[in-house]
Every structure is written in structure tokens, then in C-alpha cells.
Design a protein around this ligand. Structure first.
Ligand code: HEC
Ligand code: HEC
Ligand code: HEC
Ligand code: HEC
Ligand code: HEC
Ligand code: HEC
Length: 502
């Protein structure tokens, strides 16, 4: 028995299939609209992308699945009622014009659907790797990282270049941890701040070194450091130094200098007893060329050698110094110096450096409250202490307030508890220990060698001036501290230079 005597209604004529079809169609129209909105938009909106390429297609597939399920159930129902009329498997006879039409229709439909899903998954793949997705999807969680990134030298390098890199393994890893992060966001289970260092950051060889070529580092780079004093005149001070960035390879000049650590011949391993890797009781250098291995232990400490050796170890790479290549949270002291230098805050306002730093160093629960307080503090100070010039200087005070509010919003994130103290920068030694974590003259080897704190190994002074008056001009002379402190090698700069008011 092949032909049913009367024309049976289509299997899709059932409630479930009907609902499924409606869902799929509504989703399809929405996808069309969202894709159009996404392509036409000038600024990428993370939510539109997620809806267009991830959420709504999911709903469409669900609708289609309901449609098919409805037909299967309907088929079973009809077979139960009339087992003879309806066969176990459909009878596909391509000689029958009606079957042929249905078959062609189904084949075209399936091909289009597969093509659209391929394009869709490709878009979803790219979309979930975009900076807008990483940086703004979870809104306030990534707000500090994204804001700092936008103002960094790497603002045009995608998040994925440093956090994922190329290759399928890390892509899949990132999507798994990403899925957990989405859950943590929705469930509000994320830590504040997001812990640093990132435990499973991809090794720098596979990220940074894809763009930066370690062998290329050589010679020295001139750098000018500008500061303003905490006195009435906001005395400008300038230090010019040659930073000895060389050392990547013996082939390109002398095998010394800062990137010497990265010399392919050297391997430095260290152990840190704190999560932030700021306290380093043990360091080992392996010079592969000469075979020399030297171990250094921190002296004058309660940490025993056993404890030091049991702490988590790490082979030094780019990120151990450049831990803030992209998410740089400037200390208030430095942020205000930059604004004064650039003329964004009027430096003829008496005590403005001192007052500005004090105003943005205070702690607040929210950025809005901080902004109010900054305005209040500055006006109060000038009204009370410089009443005679207050009215005349109001425009400059107002613009200083606006600038400081802007600075606060780019360097401090009270909602996520992020600032320069939670995320210290390891390059240098001025506002946190940085290089002095090891180069402190206190890491000693068995034969008495010390990891050097010599002020000349990393930079040489080219010139120094205060209020435009030259203090030092002979190259290679020693840095003169503005206040005589005696032997600078016995000090830790960051003990006094905390990044905020002193
Ligand atoms: C130039 C490379 C680079 C780029 C580009 C980059 N990051 Fe990072 N990111 C890092 C490094 C390095 C760390 C911290 C490493 C450490 O201390 O372990 C980090 C840390 C983080 C952290 C942990 C918290 C912290 O500040 O230490 C988050 C979250 C983060 N990045 C998100 C992002 C997002 C979102 C983007 C894109 C908008 C991005 N990153 C772009 C290199 C980069
Ligand atoms: C996709 C390419 C790319 C990747 C990956 C990358 N960088 Fe860069 N980096 C650049 C470019 C381009 C510049 C120059 C930016 C400029 O001068 O405007 C730069 C600049 C720098 C600078 C100089 C910053 C300054 O203040 O002038 C440092 C330091 C640096 N990168 C370190 C790193 C580290 C560490 C990593 C890995 C965590 C990394 N980069 C990953 C492209 C990259
Ligand atoms: C005992 C505390 C102390 C230590 C330690 C210290 N400084 Fe200072 N430093 C000061 C004071 C106080 C000032 C003057 C601030 C002012 O008058 O505005 C100052 C000013 C400076 C300035 C001028 C710029 C500015 O912010 O006004 C530089 C540069 C400087 N110090 C570098 C260093 C370096 C480098 C080290 C470590 C080798 C160091 N200091 C260690 C207390 C200290
Ligand atoms: C021992 C610490 C240390 C390590 C490890 C290190 N750097 Fe640097 N790097 C520095 C310092 C310090 C500077 C000078 C920065 C300054 O004064 O602003 C610098 C400067 C740079 C610059 C800008 C100067 C230039 O010559 O272009 C780049 C780019 C850079 N580093 C990339 C890297 C990369 C990539 C790696 C890993 C292969 C790396 N660094 C490893 C400390 C380090
Ligand atoms: C984890 C420990 C550690 C940190 C952090 C560290 N270094 Fe080093 N550094 C060493 C060791 C160990 C040596 C080699 C000592 C030896 O020769 O036995 C060295 C050697 C050097 C040398 C070569 C010295 C010479 O005599 O030629 C320079 C330059 C240098 N470091 C710069 C830096 C700078 C700049 C920073 C900070 C951005 C830094 N280091 C941070 C451990 C460290
Ligand atoms: C292990 C390497 C190293 C040693 C040793 C070292 N420095 Fe530095 N120093 C640096 C680096 C790297 C920077 C640049 C940091 C930056 O670019 O922000 C720096 C910056 C400075 C600055 C400018 C800080 C600022 O922001 O104004 C001063 C001043 C300074 N060093 C003085 C000293 C003195 C004094 C000594 C000896 C006690 C010393 N340094 C020893 C690596 C070193």
C-alpha cells in the first residue's frame, strides 16, 4: 500500500510545529534587523553583536527544533491510529513530481541554513574576540582595564593579541574560561578587583614577541622625567636620563643593559612569596653560554631558605617587568605632573600640585562622589587661603576641577577597587619596588655576589634641573636628590614616593 487514498494534511499541521515555526520566523526577522543595525552602526555596540550572532540564532535553532519535534510526534500519533496507512519511513519516490518538489525545496532550504550558520558562527567567533566584546560586555567589571587600555600605547592592539594569541588550543581555553566568566558576571560572583597577576596568561613568547623582536633591543633611549614640587610655586624639576634598554642579543652590540635578562643565553628564575610577586626571596640565573648558575637569597629577612625555595617559581619574561603594558593606573602624583606639564592645569595657581594630588588621593565609594568632593575641596582651599585672588582666578580653578575629575575617572575605579596601589607597575622603582624587588643589594649569593643596585647599571644621568636652574650637567654624574638624604643606595624610593601626597 503506497498511496493514501485521500490527501492527508501535512505533518507540520500541529500545535508544537506551529509554535516552533513562529519562533523561528520571528527570530529570523530579528536577526536580519540586528545584523543590519550592527553593520550600519558607526560604533560597535557589544549587546547588538551578542544578540545578532549568539542569542537570537540560538532561539531560531530552538524554534526549528520544535518544528521538527512537532512533526515527529504528529507522525507517531497518526501511525498509532492508522499503522497501515502511514509507513515507518517516508516513501521518497523522486518520480513523483510532488515529492520531487518537496525534496528540492528541502535541499535548498538546508543548504541555505547551513551556509547562514557557517557565516553566523564565523561572525560569532570574531565577535566574541573583539575589543568591544572583551572590554565593554561586562560593563563595570572590565571598565578599569578597558579605560586604561584605551589610553595606553597598545590602544590599537586587540585584547586577544595579548590574552589569547593565535592557535586553536588557546582559543578554546579562552572560551571555556570565558563561559565561566559570563556566569560569574551574571551571578555577581567576580572578585573586586579582578586579581592580578593573571595566573594563566599566555607565555610572552607567543604574544608580545609576535610583534616585538627581543634581538632588536640595543643601545639606550633618552627619557625625560618631569615633576612639580609640593611647594607654593609648584617648582618644576626635570631629570634627563639615558635608559639602557639594550641587551637583547650579543650580536647587536654589548650584551648588557636592561633586556639583557631576555638574552637567549640567560634564564632568570625567581620565587615570590606573595600573590602580587612583589616579595622575592630567591633568584637564580642560568647563563647558558658559560654554564654559570648563581643562586641569590634575600638576606635580613625572616623567610628561611626552605620557605623561599618552597614558594611558587617563575621564569622571568616580558610581563615580569612590563606587567602594565596596557592597563596602566597612574599614581595621582604622576597624573597631576603630566597635567601640569601639558598645561591642562594652570601651574601658576599657588599650591595647585599639593592640593590636586590631595583631592584625588582620598578614597571614595563611587566616582560620582569623588567628583563632587574634588570640586568642593579645591574651591574651599582657594576661598579660605587665597580669598584676595579667588574671584579673579575662578575660571582656572574651575578648569583644574574639570581636569582632575577627568583624571580621577581614568586612573581610579572605586567601584572595582582598582588603582595604582592594587596594580603597581614593575618597570622602574619610583612608586613601587619594581626593579628593586631584586636589585636591592640584599640578594646575596654563596660567594658574596649581590644583585646590583648601582645607579649606573640601568641608566645614566644626562642632566638635571630645578625651576629651570641646572643642578647637574656632567654626563654620568650621580642623581642629586632635591633634599639631601645621604647614600641613595641604602634607600627604597617607594618608601617615601608613594604616588600620592608625601
Ligand atoms: C599589550 C598587551 C595587552 C593588551 C592589548 C590587553 N592586555 Fe589585558 N593584560 C595584559 C597583561 C600583561 C596583564 C597583567 C599581567 C600580570 O600582571 O599578570 C593584563 C591583565 C588584564 C586583566 C587582569 C587585571 C589586571 O589589570 O591585571 C584583565 C581583566 C585584562 N587584562 C583585560 C583586558 C581587556 C578587556 C583588553 C582589551 C580591551 C586587554 N586586557 C588588552 C596585557 C594586555
Ligand atoms: C599586535 C602587536 C603587539 C603585541 C602583541 C604587543 N605589542 Fe607592545 N607595542 C606594539 C606597538 C605597535 C607599539 C608602539 C606603540 C606606539 O609607539 O605608538 C608597542 C609598544 C610597546 C612598548 C613601549 C611603550 C611606550 O611607552 O612607548 C612596550 C614596553 C611594549 N610594547 C611591550 C609589550 C608587551 C610586554 C607585550 C606583551 C604583553 C606587547 N608589547 C605586545 C605592538 C604590540
Ligand atoms: C626619606 C624619604 C625619601 C626617599 C627614601 C626618597 N625620596 Fe625623593 N623626595 C623626597 C622628598 C621629601 C622630596 C621633595 C618633594 C618636594 O619638595 O616637592 C623628594 C623629591 C624627589 C624628586 C623630585 C621630584 C618630585 O617628586 O618632587 C625626585 C626625582 C626624587 N625625589 C627621586 C628619588 C629617588 C630616585 C629615590 C630613590 C633612590 C628617592 N627619591 C628616595 C623624599 C624621599
Ligand atoms: C628586566 C625587566 C624587563 C624585561 C624582562 C623586559 N623589559 Fe622591556 N623594558 C624594560 C625597561 C626598564 C624599559 C625602559 C622603559 C622606560 O624607561 O620607559 C623597557 C623598554 C621596552 C620597550 C620600549 C623601548 C624600545 O627599545 O623600543 C619595548 C618595546 C619593550 N621593552 C618590550 C619588551 C618585550 C617584548 C620583552 C620580552 C621579550 C621585554 N621588554 C622584557 C624592562 C624589561
Ligand atoms: C626577579 C629578579 C629581578 C628583577 C625583578 C629584575 N632583575 Fe635585573 N637582574 C637580575 C639578575 C639575577 C641579574 C644578574 C646578576 C648576575 O649577573 O648574577 C640581573 C641583571 C641585570 C642587568 C645587567 C647588569 C650588568 O651588570 O650588566 C640589568 C641592566 C638589569 N638587571 C636591569 C633590570 C631592570 C631595569 C629591572 C626592572 C625593570 C630589573 N633588572 C629587574 C634579576 C632581576
Ligand atoms: C635595576 C635597574 C635600576 C637601578 C639599579 C636603578 N634604577 Fe633608577 N630607574 C630604572 C628605570 C628602568 C627607570 C625608568 C622608569 C620609568 O620609565 O618610569 C628609572 C628611573 C629613575 C629615576 C626617575 C624617576 C622619576 O619618575 O622621576 C630616577 C631619579 C632614578 N631612577 C634614580 C636612581 C638612583 C638614584 C639609583 C641608585 C640608588 C637608581 N635609580 C638605580 C632602573 C634602575
Amino acid at each position: 500500500m503506497t498511496d493514501a487514498p485521500t490527501k492527508t494534511p501535512s505533518l507540520s499541521r500541529n500545535f508544537l510545529s506551529f509554535i516552533g515555526l513562529i519562533i523561528a520566523l520571528v527570530a529570523l526577522v530579528n536577526i536580519g534587523f540586528l545584523v543590519f543595525a550592527d553593520l550600519g552602526a558607526e560604533h560597535v555596540n557589544p549587546y547588538v553583536g551578542v544578540l545578532a550572532y549568539v542569542v537570537v540564532p540560538g532561539i531560531m535553532v530552538f524554534g526549528l527544533a520544535l518544528w521538527v519535534l512537532g512533526m515527529l510526534i504528529e507522525r507517531r500519533r497518526r501511525r498509532r491510529h492508522a499503522p497501515d496507512e502511514i509507513q515507518l519511513y517516508p516513501d521518497i519516490d523522486l518520480n513523483n513530481p510532488k515529492t520531487r518538489r518537496t525534496f528540492a525545496f528541502a535541499a535548498v532550504g538546508l543548504t541555505v541554513f547551513v551556509l547562514v550558520s557557517v557565516v553566523g558562527s564565523y561572525k560569532a567567533y570574531h565577535y566574541t574576540d573583539s575589543d568591544a566584546f572583551c572590554g565593554t560586555m561586562c560593563h563595570q567589571i572590565m571598565h578599569p582595564e578597558y579605560t586604561a587600555y584605551k589610553a595606553s600605547p597598545h590602544a590599537r592592539v586587540g585584547c586577544v593579541n595579548c590574552h589569547i594569541g593565535s592557535g586553536a588550543t588557546w582559543y578554546v581555553k579562552s572560551k571555556f574560561s570565558g563561559a565561566y566568566q559570563v556566569y560569574a558576571t551574571i551571578a555577581q560572583k567576580y572578585p573586586k578587583p579582578i586579581p592580578t597577576p593573571v595566573e594563566n596568561l599566555r607565555p610572552a613568547q607567543q604574544t608580545c614577541e609576535q610583534c616585538h623582536w627581543p634581538e632588536k633591543f640595543w643601545g639606550a633611549q633618552m627619557k625625560v622625567f618631569n615633576h612639580f614640587g609640593y611647594d607654593e610655586a609648584n617648582t618644576p624639576r626635570e631629570t634627563r636620563m639615558l635608559i639602557k634598554v639594550g641587551g637583547g642579543s650579543a650580536a647587536s652590540g654589548l650584551a648588557g643593559g636592561i633586556h639583557w635578562h631576555m638574552n637567549i643565553n640567560n634564564e632568570i628564575t625567581y620565587a615570590a612569596i606573595d600573590k602580587q610577586r612583589q616579595k622575592i626571596p630567591w633568584v637564580r640565573i642560568h647563563d647558558r653560554k658559560s654554564g654559570r648558575v648563581t643562586e641569590y637569597f634575600l638576606e635580613n629577612t625572616e623567610i628561611t631558605h626552605q620557605q623561599a625555595l618552597a614558594a611558587p617559581k617563575r621564569v622571568m619574561d616580558c610581563v615580569d617587568c612590563h606587567n602594565r603594558p596596557s592597563h596602566i593606573y597612574e599614581p595621582p602624583d604622576r597624573a597631576v605632573d603630566m597635567a601640569l606639564l601639558g598645561g591642562r592645569i594652570d601651574r601658576t595657581l599657588p599650591f595647585i600640585k599639593q592640593q590636586a594630588v590631595a583631592a584625588i588621593t582620598k578614597d571614595f565609594d563611587t566616582t560620582d562622589r569623588a567628583k563632587e568632593s574634588i570640586a568642593g575641596d579645591l574651591h574651599k582651599f582657594y576661598k579660605e587661603n587665597h580669598a584676595e585672588s579667588y574671584e579673579a582666578r575662578k575660571p582656572q580653578i574651575d578648569s583644574a576641577v574639570t581636569e582632575l575629575q577627568k583624571i580621577f575617572a581614568t586612573i581610579r575605579f572605586p567601584e572595582m577597587k582598582v588603582d595604582w596601589r592594587t596594580h603597581p607597575n614593575n618597570v622602574g622603582h619610583f612608586y613601587s619596588s619594581g626593579c628593586f624587588r631584586c636589585h636591592d643589594d640584599q640578594h646575596v649569593s654563596k660567594d658574596g655576589k649581590r644583585i646590583s643596585k648601582d645607579c649606573q647599571i640601568c641608566h645614566s644621568l644626562v642632566g638635571q634641573a630645578a625651576a629651570g636652574v641646572v643642578m647637574v650637567e656632567t654626563p654620568k654624574a650621580d642623581f642629586q636628590h632635591p633634599i639631601d638624604l645621604g647614600d641613595l643606595r641604602s634607600m627604597n624610593c617607594a618608601d617615601c614616593h608613594t604616588g600620592s601626597s608625601m
